[in-house]
Design a protein around this ligand. Structure first.
Ligand SMILES: Nc1ncnc2c1ncn2[C@@H]1O[C@H](COP(=O)(O)OP(=O)(O)OP(=O)(O)O)[C@@H](O)[C@H]1O
Ligand SMILES: [Mg+2]
Length: 465
């Protein structure tokens, strides 16, 4: 496949084609105007001169044809080197009575002037030079003889002028076209120069170098929007790359401690001979650590699958039914802490059953964990025309305001030491957020350091139409 033409060359070519068409049009139009004007001038000059000659001949009052003075007529057309006159009998038969000036080759004989009776006639010689002829008949008053005055204008000079104009035009047009084409190419190249800013920025972009931005104030306004979008895209990329880097840091960090514990326990156990009970004890504590690693890996896998999923089995779900199902699962743990669980209200949403159950259970396990002993954790479902809300509240110390915007990030825990000791890995709320994004809903939190804490899931309602 041939390489497409550069943008400046395309603009240059288009402008030169348009320019050429215009230049050719202008030159042709002026050539036609010039030719018509020269013809009009030649015709009016001829008519005027013929009128003068007729008037002078009649005013001289000759008694017969023979008395017409050729010198008097000669005086009238002297100075007009392009004009000549034939005086003939009325029938135009035989040779002219007399001629004045040089009769052009195109006028071969008097008969050729009589071929048509128009006032103006054109005659062409072999080289294409034309002669314009005007004729009139007059009668000598005394003798009553009729004569024909044939005035001829040789248009060779006009035709030379037109030919010279045409020739100079034909030389000038290609030069104009080259100038127009090169000018257009240069202007287009200069006009497109700001695009180099984009080229140099994008060629410098790498995953480790995403800091560069395009300075919008130096750009023409047509490119400002593009520059803004590129800058926004770079910002999003920078955020994404930073999140990925943080995420892999966190993941490595989270996996390191259980793996270090496992190694430590195994090395201690192997350092000397142990009883079978001691080995059993070591293996049991190793299983605990392995469970934690296994939970991190399975939670990460779940998060990755939910983030990448673009569709899932959607079914109509009763939020009350799903909440009660989770409450039943958590009742035993809640009872241990004397935490009372309750569900009020109901609404229906369209969603993935297992995902919704997981979101509710993540929130409920957090609420039970942070609720003080002998308190209640109500689950409230509120139905609105186009939205459904499910909120889970717990009293007890809440989340300090400065942490609120971060708790939905992966591995983020407000009190990392305490949370880890309680088995938390900081992925629960990240999962809830991903599940809600998948359902085109949101998860929000209201809390402060004194509590209470309320997490709300907002769903788009099913449209029954
Ligand atoms: N109901 C709540 N009351 C007070 N603090 C909460 C509540 N829910 C979450 N938090 C805070 O938000 C942090 C993040 O919660 P998240 O569920 O993501 O992680 P986790 O519970 O520590 O671990 P995981 O859920 O992965 O087992 C928690 O560590 C906790 O500090
Ligand atoms: Mg949690």
């Amino acid at each position: 496949m041939s390489k497409p033409l550069s943008l400046s060359l395309r603009i240059g070519l288009s402008v030169s084609i348009m320019g050429s068409a215009l230049v050719v049009l202008i030159f042709s139009q002026s050539w036609f105007t010039l030719r018509t004007q020269l013809e009009v001038i030649a015709e009016s000059k001829l008519a005027q001169k013929l009128g003068q000659i007729e008037h002078s001949v009649l005013e001289a009052g000759p008694a017969s044809i023979d008395e017409i003075d050729p010198h008097m007529v000669d005086d009238l057309i002297s100075g007009h080197t392009d004009m000549s006159l034939m005086v003939c009998n009325a029938e135009l038969s035989g040779s002219p009575i007399f001629t004045v000036g040089l009769i052009p080759a195109a006028i071969e004989n008097t008969i050729s002037c009589n071929k048509n009776s128009d006032f103006y006639q054109k005659h062409f010689d072999k080289s294409g030079v034309n002669s314009l002829v005007a004729h009139t008949s007059i009668r000598i008053p005394v003798s009553g003889e009729a004569i024909r005055l044939i005035l001829i204008s040789d248009r060779a000079e006009d035709l030379y002028l037109l030919a010279a104009y045409r020739k100079s035009t034909l030389i000038a047009i290609p030069i104009f076209l080259i100038i127009i084409g090169m000018g257009a190419w240069w202007i287009a190249k200069r006009g497109l120069a700001p695009l180099n800013t984009f080229r140099s920025l994008t060629s410098a972009v790498t995953t480790s170098e995403l800091k560069g931005r395009i300075e919008c104030q130096d750009l023409p306004f047509e490119l400002n929007e593009l520059a803004d979008s590129v800058n926004l895209m770079l910002e999003r990329l920078e955020d994404g790359v930073k999140q990925l880097a943080d995420f892999s840091d966190n993941l490595a960090h989270e996996l390191r401690s259980p793996i270090t514990n496992l190694m430590g326990k195994a090395q201690v156990a192997l350092s000397k001979n142990r009883t079978s009970d001691q080995y059993k004890e070591t293996l049991e504590s190793c299983v605990e650590e392995l469970e934690r690693v296994s939970r991190i890996v399975s939670d990460m896998l779940y998060l990755a699958q939910t983030t990448q999923a673009d569709s899932a089995a959607s079914e109509s779900l009763s939020l009350n039914k799903e909440a009660n199902h989770i409450v039943n699962l958590f009742n035993a743990i809640a009872e241990e802490k004397r935490v009372r669980l309750s569900v009020v209200g109901d609404d229906f949403i369209l969603g993935d059953k297992l995902m919704i159950q997981r979101a509710i259970s993540n929130l409920l396990s957090n609420a039970i964990r942070h609720a003080p002993v002998d308190s209640s954790v109500p689950i409230e479902i509120i139905s609105q025309s186009n939205q459904a809300f499910l909120s889970i509240s717990n009293s007890g110390p809440g989340i300090p305001t400065q942490h609120l915007h971060k708790i939905f990030e992966r591995f983020y825990r407000v009190d990392s030491g305490r949370s880890r000791a309680e088995g938390g890995i900081g992925l629960g709320l990240a999962m809830v957020r991903t599940i809600m994004e998948f359902h085109h809903g949101t998860v929000t939190v209201e809390s402060d350091i004194q509590g209470p804490t309320k997490f709300t899931l907002t769903f788009r309602k099913i449209n029954h139409d």
